[in-house]
Ligand binder design. Structure first.
Ligand SMILES: [Mn+2]
Length: 465
């Protein structure tokens, strides 16, 4: 079946329900998916109960009630249909909206699912929030006001990373938001923090591409901005969004010249960005990637409900709590980053690794690893292993690398998925950032195996990229 038909079927299932339980993931895509679906459903007058789950596995399945409500799974479920079947959930009470790999239930129960992996390249880079949005718009075209949330979910799930902008149906959703005036789409430097970060820090943090002499060097970045007149004094704190068109253009050409002078490609220097002009200036709600970070901060510190409230429009008490989560999120990641750099990593040959034990929550080690990588050897992917709270028999593995290494053929997801399966664990993610859970005790062998796999990837190379 095609996407349109499947969305129509999903809409009929929703309209038939007398009450709905929404089961969603705790990251930015999961929270926005939930917020879109919950608003679309409650606007129909159907009661809806949300449940956020960190990971759908045998232990967490008990949170999904086997009652007579319709269970709508967003941003999870495609890979856990075996658990639904085992729990005896009947197929007429399940609807899955997902973009993860589909694994049919072994007993043959067929659950209704809209999965962006099913419909070809136009749909492939659309996250669960995009699927939820398309369903919401089918239920009522007035739900087009939720496009902003869908764009945040897509950007949060890295759907814009590879092509430096959203594409296919996800880009179409951003255009919906543009038409209603909720979203301003614009090209700018491929940096993070365009609405809140002082420009020199924004430039110094750029690692895709690495800016010669600027990446990792805030002082040099500030000097450059002074030299070209964008900063008037070195203590200036202007953000990219505050530049006028001529200044933005001037900065872009200066940075491009530096890349070219160093023989580097300017291909990834610019990206499309999604701004929300109705949100307060200099707030993290002002653009999709910073908004997604705030939601991730809420989810990773076990408060997805705060993120949900922000998506519903709360800019009072819950928003202040979210700001607090974001500050805490940043300061602990900073601590972890310094810990990794001070402790140092071990070199396994094709990767570098560190075990942080139980010093930091497993939900943030990947982010800290990504930041530390820019100060370590950027040519070798970094692996961080750590303990998992409440799961003493498991070890969480997070890996990060950069575009340059991807171009040499490395794919972290493939390596981690394959290695984790060999050790009885499970992995997932993206080519540039991936994670796995493995049984405690096999860490050394696991590191060796992933190292081998990555060495093999480098040997084969990546002629197609
Ligand atoms: Mn997702």
């Amino acid at each position: 079946m095609g996407f349109i038909e499947d969305i129509n079927t999903a809409a009929e299932i929703i309209l038939d329900a007398h009450a709905i339980t929404l089961v969603s993931h705790i990251d930015a895509d999961g929270i926005t998916s939930e917020a879109i679906a919950a608003q679309a459903i409650s606007r129909l007058g159907i009661p809806v109960t949300p449940i956020f789950i960190r990971q759908l596995e045998p232990l967490t399945m008990k949170h999904v009630p086997n009652d007579d409500t319709l269970k709508v799974f967003t941003d999870l479920g495609a890979g856990q249909q075996n658990l639904m079947e085992e729990a005896g959930l009947p197929s007429d009470r399940i609807l899955i909206l997902d973009h993860h790999i589909n694994q049919p239930a072994p007993g043959g129960t067929v659950y209704t699912q809209v999965n962006s992996r099913f419909y070809g390249p136009e749909y492939a880079k659309c996250s669960a929030a995009g699927v939820a949005y398309m369903l919401a718009r089918k239920l009522d075209t007035a739900n087009a006001d939720l496009a902003e949330l869908a764009v945040i979910g897509n950007v949060g799930d890295m759907m814009a990373r590879e092509s430096c902008g959203l594409c296919g149906i996800a880009r179409g959703i951003a255009e919906d938001g543009m038409k209603t005036g909720h979203i301003h789409i614009t090209k700018g430097l491929n940096c993070y923090g365009l609405s809140t970060r002082p420009l020199h820090l924004c430039l110094a943090n750029s690692d895709d591409p690495i800016l010669p002499g600027i990446s990792g060097n805030p002082k040099a970045a500030a000097d450059l901005l002074l030299r070209i007149g964008i900063y008037k004094k070195s203590s200036d704190q202007r953000v990219w969004e505050e530049l006028d068109a001529a200044e933005a253009k001037h900065l872009a050409s200066v940075v491009a010249e530096q890349l070219i002078a160093n023989g580097e490609s300017t291909e990834r220097l610019f990206a499309e960005h999604y701004f929300f002009p109705h949100e307060p200036a200099r707030s993290p709600l002002r653009n999709a990637s910073e908004y997604a970070t705030m939601l991730n901060a809420c989810g990773r510190w076990a408060n997805p409900k705060i993120g949900e409230a922000i998506c519903f429009g709360d800019r009072g008490q819950r928003y202040r709590e979210a700001e607090h989560m974001l500050r805490q999120h940043r300061s602990i990641i900073r601590e972890l980053y310094e810990y990794i750099l001070n402790t140092g990593v071990a070199d396994a040959g094709s990767l570098q690794w560190i075990h942080t034990g139980d010093a930091y929550p497993d939900t943030i080690v990947g982010i800290g690893a990504g930041m530390a990588l820019s100060k370590l050897n950027p040519a070798k992917p970094i692996m961080v292993l750590c303990c998992v709270a409440d799961e003493p028999d498991m070890v969480k593995v997070s890996m990060r690398t950069n575009e340059r290494v991807l171009r040499r053929g490395v794919d972290l997801q493939t390596a981690l998925v394959a290695a984790a399966a060999e050790f009885g664990g499970g992995g997932g993610g993206h080519n540039i950032a991936a994670g796995a859970y493995i049984p405690k005790g096999c860490e050394d062998d696991f590191i060796r195996r992933v190292n081998e796999l990555i060495a093999g990837q480098l040997e084969t190379g990546a002629p197609h990229r």
